[in-house]
Design a protein around this ligand. Sequence first.
Ligand SMILES: [Zn+2]
Length: 158
Amino acid sequence: MIDRLSPQARSANMAKIRGRNTSPELVVRRILHSLGVGYRLHVARLPGRPDIVMTGRRLIIEVRGCFWHRHPGCSQASTPKTRPEFWAQKFLSTVSRDEKNETAIRALGYDLLIVWECETSETTALKQRIIDFLALQKKPPLDAPGRPIHQKKDQPLR
Ligand SMILES: [Zn+2]
């Protein structure tokens, strides 16, 4: 079967192949760094292996590609004209997995900020959103003074 991708699907596909350190995620990481906020990446023990986790604050930032994760109303979230059923199935499974993970993450007491790929080009607005999100920190930090800030990779999350 000839699998012809639209240019948009192809570039989204390439972004996916490039892996998790895609540039939209780097934009968010740079903002957090500029705010002096520490974080951990791709925490495997949390549902969906979330991109950016501020463990002590119980905050998570997920950076989502508009095409694969179907950013509502976004021009990047178009559907390729060929093989519509194939794409519908693929998108449905991605979106339902995202929803499932989101529910599970919130059930663990984390707050979640979704940053869409297209939003990472407006860094000033994005930075403000992140600052607002960090202010959400309702719960007392779990990292009490005197406790080591850096955990070893295999230690369970508290
Ligand atoms: Zn978008």
